[in-house]
Design a protein around this ligand. Sequence first.
Ligand SMILES: [Zn+2]
Length: 298
Amino acid sequence: MSVRIGIDLGGTKIEAIALDDDGRESFRQRIASPRGDYDATILAIRHLVLAADAAVGEPGLVGVGIPGTISPATGLVKNANSTWLIGKPLHVDLERALDRTVRLANDANCFALSEASDGAAADARVVFGVIIGTGTGGGVVVDRHVLIGPNAIAGEWGHNALPWPEADEWPGPECYCGKRGCIETFLSGAGLVSAFRGDAELSARDIAAAAATGDERAASALAIYCRRLAKALASVINVLDPDAIVLGGGLSNIDALYSRVPQMWSEWIFSDRVDTRLVRAKYGDASGVRGAAWLWPA
Ligand SMILES: [Zn+2]
């Protein structure tokens, strides 16, 4: 087997690609996630992998990027914002359903690996990859190797509290993890929506579009969002001092983030100057699926 199949299991969609030996895509398909249904999730992934097998003419090597991670101690999923996966033996069930060895990794780790390998942060030694979308995840890559750690949570800063909170950010919204004021509650799409003080209920995408065309309340929501992102990333820079921070996920498509956040973050970074680069994912909001495929290195 030489064809690599990458699966990105997300909260709203499941994407599959097949990469040949030189990294070219020979198959791509995206379907909606069967939200709340674990068995249907397994079947959906099986369907995608068999379709990829058929497209490339042989059974491929399968890597899967998952929300959360597999606990090294129990083999069960933990820390997933797709909560129907938590406590499930996903690795074992996928290998049984696909009848082959499968490699699993946290979706943010896959994303960071992809961007550090041949993406927007190629040539950067230390990369912090961030996914801002349905949830908020982070991953650390050093010299093109994913940093995992004994608890398999390296880079998981989404459930730290938002640092340097304003009066209206503390104790903050409730989070599915049981705490309040987590970074994820502010930086996910729902976080941007909750920062909007308007008459209509707008989606995160609508708010970003309205802010770009001069709507004052949308611009205000986006400014609040940028300030929160700047504080959350400043706390990472103070610990890790990465060469580059790469943003992926739906909210990474907001152009204003890349100019405004680095203008703000110096306020909280303990340094006389800041040379960290903040860049958009090269492979778009689906970059993680390439990292999943590259869980099987050339
Ligand atoms: Zn949380």
